[in-house]
Design a protein around this ligand. Sequence first.
Ligand SMILES: O=C(O)CCC(=O)C(=O)O
Ligand SMILES: [Fe+2]
Length: 284
Amino acid sequence: MATTKHRVPGKQTVYYFPSFVSEDEETFLLRKISESPLPKWKSLVRRRLLQVLGGEITPNGALIPQDLPDFVTSYPPLIGRIQALGLFEASKHGKPNHIIVNEYLPGQGIMPHQDGPVYHPVVATISLGSHAVFHYHSFEDSSTPDAPPDSGEPADPSAVSPQSMSGKAAALPQIGSIGQIPILSLFLEPRSLVVTTGEMYTDHLHSLEPVIEDIFLPGGQVIYGRSTGNPLNVSEVEIANKDLVATEAYKQALQEGGSLTRGTRVSMTCRDVERVSKFMHKSI
Ligand SMILES: O=C(O)CCC(=O)C(=O)O
Ligand SMILES: [Fe+2]
């Protein structure tokens, strides 16, 4: 498969595609997203939910479908491009039908969580505007929690947060159900796509640390855990996709070490909601 060379070394179930959108497309997408009608905007503690594209999901996990906008179906043809990778082949619709658009200012992140069973267990995330460092975590007892979604974060109604993370302010687990050290960490370039499948979707959590800058050591490690304020939580973790990173300046930071300041990042998280209601959303 053409995707094989995009597999993150050491993981069969995570794929990284640099330059998935062009610079012109990135500019266009950021403009289109910022022009979104205000009622769709919601403020969250750690990031801003900009838009939900494709329709709202009911508390029972069914999508009330709404047409996806031209800026994801036509120019640029993001959905077609994702479908062509073949990684959604086993999902009901063969491609994403739902996109959550989030904005992260420097210093904002998202705590470890799972995306939950409402979606087919494949998620494709496009990064725009800034780099980020993305972490995957294990459950220490390798069981998944049965806690309901907590305090409004993640914004996604179907996302599952472990009980240990239910404190709003907690950036990292305070009690032991989530491994302290990420099991996999990725460098996400602006304009890249990362696709998480299989057990990395179903049995693991993912997060973005709320930091203003990312600090790298020579050889492609990143410092993790600074946001907890506790030096005992700080560790060095390997950037698993360092050899797939395409931009010279980022390659250099990963090879030689250094720090990279975060800018405003907009992410587009694309998934397939398998249960679709027969009722179409009607615009008022
Ligand atoms: O913004 C990202 O890269 C991740 C977002 C996320 O995990 C989510 O919306 O569930
Ligand atoms: Fe998520």
